[in-house]
Design a protein around this ligand. Structure first.
Ligand SMILES: *Cc1c(COP(=O)(O)O)cnc(C)c1O
Length: 403
């Protein structure tokens, strides 16, 4: 007996998209500028002359954003996790020794990837809410014969910042260990100087710090790590993520796989915006906005999850008051105020992003108001006027935070 599959009744997207776009103030994806959105709607030939010029510019602008003279900048069709996997799978093979510095969910993912590639992983389990200590890392580096060290600059899941990153990556270099830094949520929101800090691999995604679209990521390899990749003799299990194949497209204008052209055009525009703004003013905008948000959340009567010194500015974690249901707060925020923020991976917090366009005065006022009203709605005791006043005071210091 044969069956015929009939088409489902017409399913217009309009019937499920909100009438008014929600303001994305969570841990990513983040809102994109009009230029990025327009670029993302264009499809061009992936091997034509226009595309090679786009790639050249993306690499050039990336050198500035990553602060590296290395030309080994490779794009990945895939999420930040695909860039993580590209870093790991090219440097870790059976028997390689990996020191994994773990502050939470994403740093643990790097360790899991290393294990899947046959690496022998040692974990430095950093206490929740703290940054990794260079002294502890140094002791571990001295006790083991490691090949690779992995670390996140910002652990988005629990909103922790590894404030001693520079010391740690320099220690790795001193001990002959290759360092892999996950900067998915932090790149272009706070300093990371790949060459000066002697970092070997920096990973980023599109949809967070860089304020592009999800699905196209970037990864930078130092000149120092490059021979390890090129001269590798161990079999490479991943075809798409093999840097030696990917460089045919990224460095030699040849074919590897059909590049995600629209996403790369979007990335071009996102990088261009960073270059025009300059890293210096972009860092300062992000810092002013995030500190203003933190001060106003506290003024409203809520508590921040992480102590001052290890607090990540790119994604701010806010404690849920006892008895308050985070899901309900998030639902009210999106239903009534059209603002979306993030829950968490099991912790009693909600998270507000401060990446790219999220760090603008008008978005902060709307988000803080929505958060305060929705917390009140859920039964929390909130002093919203004090919070709003604190935000206004804190943002008054600068006018480069508006669009
Ligand atoms: C979001 C994130 C990732 C994973 O990125 P995806 O695009 O979701 O795969 C990795 N590391 C950090 C620090 C992140 O914030």
């Amino acid at each position: 007996m044969t069956t015929t599959i009939l088409p489902p009744t017409d399913l217009p997207l309009d019937s499920i998209l909100p009438n008014e776009p929600l303001l994305l103030m969570g841990a990513g994806p983040v809102p994109v500028s009009q230029k990025v959105a327009m670029a993302n709607s264009v499809v061009i030939n992936h091997l034509g002359d226009t595309m090679s010029q786009v790639i050249e510019r993306v690499r050039l602008m990336s050198q500035y954003v990553f602060q590296t003279n290395s030309k080994h900048i490779i794009g990945v069709a895939g999420p930040g996790s695909a860039a993580m996997e590209m870093a790991i799978t090219n440097l870790v093979w059976p028997g390689r020794k990996v020191l994994s510095i773990q502050n939470g969910f994403f740093s643990a993912r790097l360790a899991e990837m290393a294990e899947r590639n046959g690496g022998v992983v040692t974990v430095y389990d950093v206490p929740l809410g703290e940054g990794a200590q260079p002294e502890k890392v140094e002791a571990l580096l001295e006790s083991g014969d490691f090949d690779v060290l992995t670390i996140v600059q910002g652990e988005t899941s629990c909103t922790v910042w590894n404030q001693e990153l520079e010391k740690i990556t320099k220690l790795a270099r001193k001990h002959g260990v290759l360092s892999v830094v996950d900067a998915v949520c932090t790149l272009s929101t706070m300093p990371l100087e790949m060459d000066n800090w002697q970092v070997d691999v920096v990973i980023t995604g599109g949809q967070k710090g860089l304020a592009s679209i999800p699905g196209v990521s970037l990864i930078a390899f130092s000149d120092h790590v490059w021979p390890t990749i090129i001269e590798r003799t161990a079999p490479m299990p991943h075809w798409c993520l093999d840097v030696r194949l990917a460089r045919q497209f990224w460095e030699e204008k040849g074919y590897h796989y059909t590049a995600p052209v629209s996403g790369i055009l979007a990335l071009h525009e996102a990088l261009r915006q960073v270059c025009r703004e300059t890293l210096e003013s972009r860092f300062s905008r992000h810092k002013i906005c995030s500190l203003a948000l933190q001060a106003s959340v506290e003024a409203m009567g809520l508590k921040l999850f992480v102590n001052n010194e290890s607090r990540l500015n790119s994604v701010v974690g806010i404690n849920l008051p006892t008895g308050i249901d985070g899901k309900q707060v998030l639902n009210t925020m999106s239903a009534l105020y059209k603002v979306e923020i993030s829950g968490s991976f099991g912790l009693p917090i909600v998270r507000i992003g401060q990446m790219g366009e999220q760090s603008r005065a008008h978005n902060l006022f709307r988000t803080l108001h929505a958060l305060g009203m929705s917390m009140k709605h859920a039964g929390a005791s909130i002093d919203l006027p004090s919070g709003m006043a604190a935000l206004e005071r804190a943002l008054d210091v600068s006018d480069n935070i508006t669009a």
